[in-house]
Design a protein around this ligand. Structure first.
Ligand code: ZN
Length: 452
């Protein structure tokens, strides 16, 4: 249809609608003038504010929240709060931006590792778990997550339902299933060849791809169903069977095709990589973040710096995998693999921090119970970060990695009002972040257990 014809039709429709309204038939007389309600204004009194735009803490500040967003941040001395205004008093608290975990699996459960559930669980079981876990994550102070691996396309639907306000949860940057080679970290290995678990055989569960053409196809198919980010397995894994965490699983050429196709679609791409060579391949392919990065060597660290690649190193969950997961059915093969990489990963984290590589906070939540995400801060500080560095890895730097710096990651005018508060000073005791007393997301309070 030509634009002029369209406009003409529109004019005709408007004319018809106008003449259908006979003046004087409205029982209220003239058409009511409904003014939109002004957005609700809330004044948040922040005793100690780490806004994460820099490393310093400001005292006695006021954050003015209008609707979903922050309108102003100023010293209390310069803010005149009108009488009767809505005030949230966090003057005895340390106030920070909502935290961001760049590596979660909201649909995954850590309370049972028996392989039988790979066959018993339905997509609905996964989704019910995700609803519960989304709330736990939000109430732990994580107002945004990048969810990097779930059944197709659970994270996309979870994002939609949270954004529509149907269920409470963090903002979600959603991936599809992690893309894997046949027999790789994302495949179901070592069972009878007659065994199949696949909802979409033609698409190989939107997950398994071999060779450049299949990779381009699966990335495009995931984009078609609404993912924000692509996840690909560059090496073997710890919690899969029959593969080695150290071994590369895609060629450099295949990873390049994945990165190029993702970027062409305006998506970032994250690579799961434990092994030294697979880490370097991911960086050289132009992938935006390396997940785990357990066995990164000096050359890998140098390459990550040179390419500006983020490392997302999950250095808490080793405790859980070795101490708790075996009690709930984790097979010996996986325990052995964790023993190979867990401690080395912590040492290599320290080297990467010293070298000044870009780091974003990510924990692999779902491997350990959701809601315990902040337990990783302790290890980040133990292995070389200052508390403020660790906090910025989970706020401003994480927002940069997930491409959401315009909306989240700092407490600044124009950003979403994603605000948390803790009672003790997180810069002297980073573990205080494990006990978040107040959570606001988009101007709405989701948790308030303030105390003296
Ligand atoms: Zn993971």
């Amino acid at each position: 249809m030509k634009p002029s014809v369209g406009l003409w039709l529109l004019a005709l429709l408007l004319h018809t609608a106008a003449s259908a309204q006979t003046p004087g038939t409205n029982p209220f007389g003239a058409a009511p003038q409904v003014a939109p309600l002004p957005p609700k204004t809330t004044y948040v009194l922040a005793g100690h504010l780490l806004d994460a735009t820099n490393d310093s803490v400001q005292q006695t500040m006021v954050i003015t929240v209008e609707g979903e967003r922050i309108k102003a941040v100023a010293s209390a001395a310069n803010v005149k709060i009108p009488a009767g205004a809505n005030v949230i008093d966090l003057s005895h608290y340390s106030v920070l931006p909502g935290l961001i975990d760049c590596h979660t699996h909201l649909s995954a459960r850590a309370d049972r590792y028996n392989e039988i559930y790979k066959f018993k669980d339905t997509p609905f079981d996964h989704a019910f778990g995700a609803v519960v876990n989304a709330r736990k994550t939000l109430e732990a102070g994580f107002t945004s997550v990048r969810d990097v691996g779930s059944p197709p396309f659970l994270a996309v639907d979870l994002r939609k339902n949270i954004n529509e306000g149907l269920i409470p949860g963090p903002r979600i940057v959603a991936s599809g299933p992690g893309i894997s080679i046949t027999g790789g970290h994302g495949d179901l290995n070592n069972f009878s060849p007659q065994t199949r678990v696949s909802m979409f055989p033609d698409e190989r569960n939107f997950q398994i791809a071999d060779g450049v053409d299949q990779i381009r196809h699966v990335v495009r198919a995931q984009v078609k169903y609404g993912v924000d980010v692509i996840k690909i397995h560059s090496t073997g894994g710890v919690l899969s069977r029959g593969d080695s965490p150290g071994a590369p699983q895609f060629t450099l050429e295949e990873l390049k095709a994945a990165a190029e196709t993702a970027h062409m679609a305006g998506r970032k791409i994250a690579a799961h990589a434990h092994g030294t060579e697979g880490i370097k391949n991911a960086i050289l392919a132009g992938i935006d973040s390396v997940e785990h990065a357990s066995l990164i060597d000096d050359e890998g660290i140098r390459l990550a710096k040179e390419h500006g690649t983020y490392l997302v190193m999950d250095i808490y969950n080793d405790d859980y995998i070795l101490n708790e997961a075996p009690k709930v059915g984790l097979p010996q093969e996986n325990i052995d693999k964790e023993k190979m990489v867990g401690q080395l990963q912590r040492q290599n984290f320290e080297k990467a921090v010293k070298a000044g590589v870009k780091m974003a906070f990510g924990t692999d939540a779902g491997v350990y119970p959701h809601g315990d995400n902040a337990r990783q801060f302790y290890y980040m500080v133990k292995f070389g970060m200052t508390p403020v560095q660790a906090i910025r890895a989970a706020t401003s730097n994480a927002a940069d990695l997930i491409g959401r710096s315009a909306d989240v990651g700092t407490i600044e005018s124009g950003k979403y009002a994603d605000i948390i508060a803790v009672h003790a000073d997180p810069l002297t005791d980073v573990r205080s972040l494990e006990h978040v007393d107040f959570v606001m997301k988009g101007g709405t309070v989701y948790k308030d257990s303030r105390h003296e």
